[in-house]
Design a binder for this molecule. Sequence first.
Ligand code: URA
Length: 196
Amino acid sequence: MTINLEAITGSSPELLQLHQTIDGCTKCELYKGNEHYVPGMGSQQAEVMFVGEGPGKSEDKYGKPFVGASGKFLDELLVSIGLSRESVYIANMVKCRPPENRDPKESEMEACSGYLDAQIQIIKPKVIVTLGRFSMVKFLPGSKISEAHGVPVQKKSGGPVIFPCYHPAAALYNGSMRPVLMEDFQQLKKILTMFA
Ligand code: URA
């Protein structure tokens, strides 16, 4: 067992089962170098789901998403709009760390996509916040993040609202991204009062 069972909050039998299925996955090569699988973290009852790119070094070490430097900023962003990690669900496009923190390959995201689809089906979030361009493109193919960030899209009535944001790591490399993310999260807060 290499998943972190503390990552799931509340009563979440289906989610637990899915996390256990992900543990041991060999659908692509990424599992070969991992210390932990990082299926996701949070509540099965979450109304908002965040989707990042893939685990980094700290995430691989602890088996939880967004626990490194970009995770600290994500926590700040959550707190700024009155949310806690436990009340939301956080996942990634790929569940194992790409070596040297390289971008996940198309084939790896494709191999892993069924797990994210299953997470969405179980949790049924009202709002999906994409963090960075890889997850944005899954939901809004052809979009440019510089234009799409902060703009909610509901593709079909009753379906989840997709809310693209820059990846929190962008603010670590470029300080001018910080206020952009802070502002987009304020917008997210308004959207949550409408849809969640
Ligand atoms: N970056 C991501 O996209 N996901 C994580 O879990 C951590 C860093």
